[in-house]
Design a protein around this ligand. Structure first.
Ligand code: RAM
Length: 343
């Protein structure tokens, strides 16, 4: 990838003409450095990731920084490592990554940090030693619990359910699933049984086929929870194609723009998400502030994240530090039309 000039000069020339008229001085303010920051997404062709990229680009634009958006064609750690190596060779200023595998990308990211590149994760976190800070969409426990609660209401607290996840090594989905299982241990869900967790790897076709496989393997299946935007849309498509609307209920995490049709046709009654554009925007703001040295990744540091206002670095449960975005919202027939054109 070609690296454009990393220096963009913002020269402010203030001409002051002495009142006597006998002279003129030119003041040149300090040159403003433009940084290059690369976002590495889980995979290309994922609309959720594209929404994050939009916010990321918007944030960097505010500083005149250069944004690079890249991801492997298939969501793998190997593909991401290749991109990290490339970014190190290009000597970019910061990497913002959502990990396909929290551990596998650590050595390459450590190499990047040794080379002076600021590394932050967002969405799906990298293990604490492989990044300076993680930008977290919302409380993982809440995200997990909400999906179980929604499913329980849809199936009247009775019957077999399955989870259709993204990749088996993805930090965010695994954390949410852990909290779903924890929630399910509550007595009030004793009539519900989680029969399996399958993985569509955040690939449309694989997710669709996994959903179809569930209908065959579990003829009594009452519901699917898909905590992945790709998986949820694919499962809705599969439920529709298999003629199972109303018979197999569906909830999870999805993008309103993509899910509107499936919410309207009844394949998915309700689902949840935070604002992915804001998530990418916050990641971009945090990366810029790390590069300028405004923050260094210590608990208690604060910075102004553009339009999102002041944010603080706090501890994360894995021993690292994080910045929180907000809360998950619920989408259903009552509000989907308002959101479908936004993200
Ligand atoms: C998918 C990705 C992403 C997740 C969303 C909800 O697009 O796996 O990591 O946060 O779904």
């Amino acid at each position: 990838m070609k690296k454009t000039s990393s220096l963009m000069l913002a020269l402010v020339i203030a001409l002051s003409v002495a009142s006597s008229g006998c002279g003129r001085t030119a003041q040149i303010s300090e040159a403003k450095k433009a940084y290059t920051i690369g976002m590495i997404v889980k995979g290309l062709g994922n609309p959720f990731m594209e929404a994050c990229g939009k916010g990321f680009e918007e944030a960097l634009k505010e500083y005149g920084d250069r944004a690079i958006y890249q991801g492997p064609s298939i969501p793998t750690a190997e593909g991401q490592i290749e991109i990290i190596e490339n970014f190190i060779a290009q000597k970019i200023d910061a990497i913002v990554i959502t990990a396909n595998d929290a551990q596998a990308v650590v050595p390459a990211l450590k190499k990047a940090m040794d080379a002076g590149i600021k590394v932050i994760s967002f969405d799906s976190s990298v293990a604490a030693e492989g990044r300076l800070v993680h930008v977290n969409q919302a409380d993982a426990k809440l995200i997990g619990r909400l999906q179980i609660q929604a499913m329980a209401e849809m199936i009247d607290y009775k019957g077999e359910i399955a989870i259709l996840s993204a990749g088996a090594t993805m930090t965010n989905q695994n954390a949410w699933i852990k909290y779903m299982e924890e929630e399910l241990r509550n007595k009030k869900y004793s009539g519900m049984k989680l029969v399996t967790v399958v993985y569509g790897d955040d690939l449309r076709d694989k997710s669709y086929n996994e959903a179809m496989g569930l209908f065959k393997a579990y003829p009594n299946l009452k519901g699917i929870i898909a905590p992945t935007a790709v998986g949820l849309a694919a499962a809705a498509n599969a439920i529709t194609d298999a003629g199972l609307i109303g018979k197999v209920k569906l909830t999870g995490l999805g993008l309103p723009s993509e899910m509107a049709q499936w919410i309207k046709n009844g394949a998915c009654e309700s689902m949840f998400l935070w604002n992915p554009v804001d998530l990418g925007y916050l990641a971009g703001q945090a990366a810029h502030s790390l590069v300028t040295g405004e923050i260094t990744g210590k608990v208690g540091e604060k910075f102004i994240a553009g339009k999102l206002g002041e944010r603080e670095i706090i501890k994360d449960p894995t021993g690292g530090v994080q910045i929180m975005l907000g809360f998950p919202f619920k989408f259903d027939k009552s509000n989907i039309d308002k959101w479908k054109d936004i993200y």
